[in-house]
Design a protein around this ligand. Structure first.
Ligand code: GUN
Length: 294
């Protein structure tokens, strides 16, 4: 069994980007600038956005965090989005999800200019991705594809069963893995809460991607020997014995499933760090497009 080490691969990708940034600086060019918008104080979102900003610093990007209070109105958020769209200093930006309930998430994501939408959430970018056109691919599915590519996991003609149909992970990864190309060319059933026979399907799977957010959902008796297991779940489970008062766990019963899998991603240290690395890669692409180099 091989651990798909997202931490290691994401560090390699960050080093590659850092080298490009150094060369940009040597040429006297402006370095990529990523902005992140965070509304409210959701603990997990604070952690993710903090990681994104720290990673920018590490690789030499500029970063700006726009942290707004929980009671920010939709109108004020849309106004900030409009400002970021027009700001020539910002190459790309993200609006961290989830947004507070009183804000229409779709309306906000639609307002992000597609050329600055480094999350790849705008319908224009999602549509381009679905049509095999070059675009910003959402960081989590992009990270999964990159992890499979860098470990040269064979997906050609394989059954890749996806669990979860979210717009951010399940739906796009099902599209990407069924497309032509490396880490793709798979046959891809997409399971969700109304699927009647999930275990029957996962037992046929050469590759399982679980993106449900339900701790330990995928048990060893649901996995075929030799399967590739990708765990996208990152759930905080309350635990008073831990310093932070919680621990992080995935969708997969890791200790038991790893005994059957050929490749498996850990949580933490698997898909999570890859998401950040691919967001940075998208920001680099945004910068190059901005300059007319891509
Ligand atoms: N919330 C959970 N994952 C993501 C992500 O990839 N991007 C944004 N903007 N919000 C998220």
């Amino acid at each position: 069994m091989v651990i798909l080490d997202g931490k290691k691969i994401s560090n390699q990708i960050k080093d590659e980007i850092a080298t490009e940034v150094t060369q940009m600086k040597e040429r006297g060019e402006k370095v990529p600038h990523l902005a992140a918008v965070l509304v409210g104080n959701d603990g997990a979102s604070l952690t993710y956005v903090g990681s994104k900003v720290r990673s920018c610093k590490r690789i030499g990007f500029e970063s700006t965090l726009k942290h707004l209070p929980e009671d920010t109105t939709e109108e004020d958020l849309l106004s900030l989005v409009n400002d970021l769209n027009k700001d020539p200093e910002i190459d790309g930006y993200i609006v961290q999800l989830p947004l507070p309930k009183h804000i229409d998430e779709q309306k906000v994501l639609m307002a992000v200019h597609p050329d600055k939408d480094v999350d790849g959430f705008h319908p224009t970018n999602f549509g381009k991705m679905a049509l095999d056109m070059e675009t910003f691919i959402s960081a989590t599915p992009y990270g999964i594809m990159e992890l499979l590519r860098r470990y040269e996991v064979d997906t050609e003609g394989k059954h890749a069963v996806i669990i979860g149909r979210s717009h951010i992970v399940g739906r796009p990864i099902s599209i990407l893995m069924s497309q032509k190309g490396k880490a793709a060319n798979a046959t891809v059933p997409l399971c969700h809460s109304r699927t009647k026979n999930i275990k029957e399907l996962t037992l046929q799977a050469d590759i399982v991607v679980s993106a449900l957010g339900v701790p330990h959902f995928l048990k060893a008796d649901m996995v075929k020997p030799g399967a590739v297991v990708i765990d996208v779940g990152i759930t905080r489970v309350e635990d008073k014995s831990k310093e932070k008062g919680y621990y992080i766990t995935g969708d997969v019963d890791f200790e038991k499933v790893k005994e059957k899998a050929s490749y498996i991603t850990p949580v933490p240290g698997g898909v999570g760090p890859m998401t950040i690395a691919m967001l940075l890669k998208n920001t680099l692409l945004a910068r190059e497009r901005h300059r007319g180099n891509a």
